[in-house]
Every structure is written in C-alpha cells, then in structure tokens.
Write a protein that binds this ligand. Sequence first.
Ligand SMILES: *Cc1c(COP(=O)(O)O)cnc(C)c1O
Length: 364
Amino acid sequence: MKIMPNRMDYGFFKYQDEFEQKVLSVLRSGRYVLGDEVACFEKSFAAYTGAAYSVGLASGLDALWIAVRLLGIGPGDEVIVQGNTYIASVMGITINGALPVFVEPDVYYQLDADKIEEKITKNTKAVMVVHLYGQVADMDKITRLCQKHGLKLIEDCAQSHGALYKGKMTGTFGDVGCFSFYPSKNLGAFGDAGAIVTNNACLAENARVFRNYGSEKRYYNKVVGANSRLDEIQAGLLNIRLAHMAEITAERRLLADRYSAGITAKDLVLPMERECTQSVWHQYVIRTGRRQELMDYLAKREIGTLIHYPIPPHLAQAYAGLGHKRGELPVTEEYAATVLSLPMYTGMRVEEQQYILECLNSFS
Ligand SMILES: *Cc1c(COP(=O)(O)O)cnc(C)c1O
C-alpha cells in the first residue's frame, strides 16, 4: 500500500459534484475577481470564526504582511514570533522592514507565553502567535501580556482553521487573524488564497482598499496598495469547503485520536492537546531522536512522511543577515532536528491508517 504524506485529491473527490458545478457556474457568470462568491465567502468566513469582518486576499503570506503593514509596523519596530514556524510568518514581518524577535516554543509546539516578556524592548510593537500544526497557543496568558505592554496581537492561523481555545476560535483573540487557504491547508482552495479576520471595522476597510491598488472607488487611489485580490473560482470553491468544515475537522480529530491510541512504539514523543483547547490537527507531529532511520524505514514500506520544518527561520540562509547562530534557540533547534509529520488528510482510509500504525509499531 502506497501512502503519501498528503492526498489533496481525496479531499476533492469527497465533494466532487459540488466543486465541479461551482466552477462551471463561476465560469458562466462572467465575473471572475472580487464578485458575489468573494462577498459571500467573506461573510460566511467571518461568521464561522466569530469575527465581525473578513477580507479575502490572494495568499496567507499576503494576509500576514498586509496585516502587519496596516497595523503601522515597519522599520525600527520589533515583532515577537516563535522560532519554530514556517518561514512565511517571519517574512510577513520582514517584508515591512520590521525585525523578528524569536521566542522558544512550549511542549505543545506553540509560542511559550512564559518566555515572551524577557524579549520585550522599547521597540516591540506586536506579538505574532502561530497556532502551529493546528494546535493552540496559551491565549489567556498571551492576550494578557499584550494588553499589559500595549502590544498588537497578530495570529497566524494558516494551520488552525476552526481550532478553539476555551470555545473561542483562533484568529479572534487579537487585532487580526491571518489565514491561508493554500490547497494543503485544512480549509483549502484549489490554488492560492488567503484572508484576514478582525473586529476592527477600520482595519477591515483599509485591507479592502489596500488589496485593490489602494483604490476605494475605481481609479481613485487613496493609498499605495497591492494587488492581493481573491478570485471568484477560489472563493466559490472555498464556500463549498467551508460548509463542510465541521465534518472535515471532526475527521482530523478522529484520525489524530486513532494515531494517539494506536501508537505503541517506544521512544516516540506523541503530540498533546493543551487543556481547554481543540486542536484541528493540520499535522500530526511526533518526535524521535532516530528520525532519519524511521523515515527510511517507513519509506521502504511506501509510507511518505515530511518534516515541518527542518531549518528554523533564524538559521535559514534567507535570514543570514540577521546574524543568528546555531544554539541560540535550543528548543526550536531540537524540534527542527527531531519532528516528523505522519500522513494526515481528509479522506484517509481506515486501512491506510492501520497499515501506517502496523509499520510504525514494528519499528525497533
Ligand atoms: C502556509 C502557511 C503560511 C503562508 O500561506 P501561503 O498561503 O502559502 O502564503 C503562513 N504561515 C503558516 C504557519 C503556514 O503554514
């Protein structure tokens, strides 16, 4: 049995008729960018998250950098972010000329709330929390810290659509929640797409203007903006997937439970769910000191696994200019050296997961 780390086709075939009909109806509508499907998605996505407003954008990275820009953060400013994130979180900061200040993760792979305060300086403007792997950061502590120090709070929810902290959805705790709908995400489009959610009417309006060359009215440009428009086909397809999100999330939670109950192999560190949170398991990430050996062993049995992520941003070549050294973020670096993501996707068959478990448990 050949198993890939992700199967985006399964997620398509599950709702194939709905997706295909939607594409045809958009093609026949004559309206292809920022139309009714986008407006409908923005309304439904805001309602889904519990935020007052949602603005559709072209990608998750755009959501991040545009949010940072519209919060007035730029050169000379510092933004606190966890060390173990996808590099896009960090680029959302540095595109604006601001400096990322890295903080170590906790045992749930999330920004360690107890290590934030020591990194705050007079230049700190914001905290960017990334709900990595679909798990949830300690939002009570983090929101309290941001209030105490007058910092903006940005949530990178590219992996956490639908994840809950005390019943409240990630993305709605701070000033702005930034989402990606890249095809592999839990709420995936069939191309690039993203959005912000916010309760700030002014910020939402500014994002709406910014994404379309800074124009409020056609050819009347208020500010220097960008082209970060969401198109009708992606929004239409997202409307369909969003209607099935409860089912999609429940399935991932079931798959994660089966992994957690089924893995008996010793020396593997399993992921934990923080109290009072509901993870949406974008990835099911284990840890082992024998990672390469385990990957090779599984690959020999046609089971594909991935590493999220092998090189932490502070050690990426792209950020060599920041002058960070290996050893500066020991927890982040330890995770980068030992994490392994097991296959996890909508439509995973019971036999597939059983085969993965059998192989894992016979690894010794
Ligand atoms: C995917 C991802 C992004 C970027 O989203 P794109 O749509 O690919 O630009 C940002 N942050 C995290 C944590 C991600 O996983």
